[in-house]
Design a protein around this ligand. Structure first.
Ligand code: CMP
Length: 143
């Protein structure tokens, strides 16, 4: 709960139209769409924007995951080992696997070369876990 407060105080509020796009992006992800609408809404409230230069890795395969992301601007390439397996366009959620399942990153994700600057909205693992914990506690009280 402490972390959720920090988000509310220091991070500029996500404006309405961005919020809608973030929720839609989370709902298009085959794993995240199973969460409750309230949980997805809470997640969006805690997201903040981060920028990356061309060729920067946003996520590296094999590392521990600290954030879940939604790509907002630019294009990203996805690599398994050194093989390009996919590309991502704006309003795609990624990095959910390490956060949901506590595994290491299953792929590397990098700004597509040589073009773009990348903007992605990030949610910290701790904020995600606080949201999940809060739901569990509310259910326990109702029980
Ligand atoms: P995670 O494993 O946390 O970090 C890497 C992310 O890349 C992963 O979550 C998925 O969101 C994404 N990802 C992994 N494999 C693929 C793939 N084959 N195509 C597109 N995205 C992928």
């Amino acid at each position: 709960d402490k972390l959720l407060c920090v988000c509310a105080v220091f991070v500029p509020r996500v404006c309405g139209s961005v919020k809608k796009q973030l929720v839609e992006a989370l709902n298009r992800n085959q794993y995240l769409k199973r969460l409750e609408p309230q949980q997805l809404g809470d997640m969006v409230e805690c997201m903040y924007p981060r920028t990356y230069q061309q060729g920067d890795y946003v996520v590296q395969q094999g590392e521990a995951g600290s954030h879940l992301f939604v790509l907002a601007d630019g294009k990203l390439d996805v690599f398994e080992q050194d093989t390009l397996v996919s590309s991502m366009v704006a309003w795609t959620a990624f990095g959910e696997l390490a956060i949901l399942y506590n595994c290491t990153r299953t792929a590397s994700v990098r700004g597509k070369r040589p073009v773009n600057r990348v903007c992605a909205w990030a949610l910290e693992r701790e904020a995600f876990q606080n949201i999940m914990r809060r739901t569990a506690e509310m259910r326990h009280h109702e029980y």
